[in-house]
Design a protein around this ligand. Structure first.
Ligand SMILES: Nc1ncnc2c1ncn2[C@@H]1O[C@H](COP(=O)(O)OP(=O)(O)OP(=O)(O)O)[C@@H](O)[C@H]1O
Ligand SMILES: [Mg+2]
Length: 241
């Protein structure tokens, strides 16, 4: 599989503080990769660098063969990269439907079957029932569904998800993760940052582990062992074929 999105010796940080030290990851159309690692490993920073929120050099990010590093988040969205951010970031004081519609105004050109309000409601039926409810009156899981739905309505080719299961009850997490295959079936490349290692492994074809701004493990999710993961989490470099 050729990569749709890839990073190349990606270096990024905050002011003088370097948080990523030459990160290389890739994801193909229709593929799901998981990104795990301890708190502060640099997972969110990597997603922010890909989105253009942090400054990076042009060649450090390639999308469909083109060097796109250093573009503004707005242009990255237009190019087909969307993020479900840490903490959901919904617009309070606005209904579910209003939150979803905002994304439509900022959408990229759809590549396959376009995401519509109807299609998002079919994916998460509870959102249809709650369409006129203010987002602050939803449960955490429902809010996460709105955040995912909003990202889909920008018609992404690559969807970056930052800890979408965080703080949610197991039942809701299962519901949300059950929707992911439907998203990737349409050709969307998924990058899942996930604290739950077992869930990350089950939901992905390939897995990366990060530690202190570096990739310390990568391989097929079904082949990686718990021993390799714990070594990569806490210190030993291990790369599988
Ligand atoms: N806005 C910021 N300003 C300065 N340093 C930051 C900022 N955000 C993150 N960092 C630092 O960058 C490093 C990587 O943080 P990052 O948030 O990417 O980790 P993470 O893997 O997403 O962790 P978590 O699992 O806690 O979300 C950490 O040392 C963190 O303290
Ligand atoms: Mg994070």
């Amino acid at each position: 599989m050729s990569a749709l999105l890839s990073t190349h010796d990606l270096i990024a940080g905050y002011g003088d503080m370097r948080a990523l030290h030459g990160v290389e990851i890739s994801v193909s159309a229709g593929e799901t990769v998981a990104l795990i690692g301890a708190n502060g490993a640099g997972k969110s920073t990597l997603l922010k660098a890909i989105m253009g929120v942090l400054p990076v050099a042009q060649g450090m990010i390639r999308l469909d063969g083109k060097a796109v590093g250093g573009q503004s988040p707005h242009l990255m969205v237009k190019a087909g990269v969307a993020i479900v951010p840490e903490g959901r970031r919904l617009f309070v004081g606005m209904s579910v439907e209003e939150n979803l519609r905002i994304a439509i105004e900022h959408a990229a050109e759809p590549m396959g079957e376009p995401w519509t309000l109807e299609r998002v409601f079919a994916l998460f039926p509870i959102l249809r029932e709650k369409a006129r409810t203010l987002v602050e009156n939803l449960s955490g899981g429902q809010q996460q569904m709105v955040s995912i739905g909003r990202s889909l309505l920008v018609q992404p080719r690559v969807l970056l998800c930052d800890e979408i299961s965080l703080g949610l009850a197991p039942k809701v997490v299962r519901e949300i993760y059950a929707a992911l295959p439907e998203i990737s079936a349409g050709g969307v490349a998924l990058v899942l940052v996930e604290q739950d290692v077992g869930l990350a492994q089950r939901a992905s074809q390939r897995l990366y582990c990060m530690l202190e701004g570096r990739i310390t493990l990568q391989g097929a999710s079904s082949d990686i062992t718990r021993e390799q993961i714990s070594a990569a989490y806490f210190g030993a470099t291990h790369v599988l074929d």
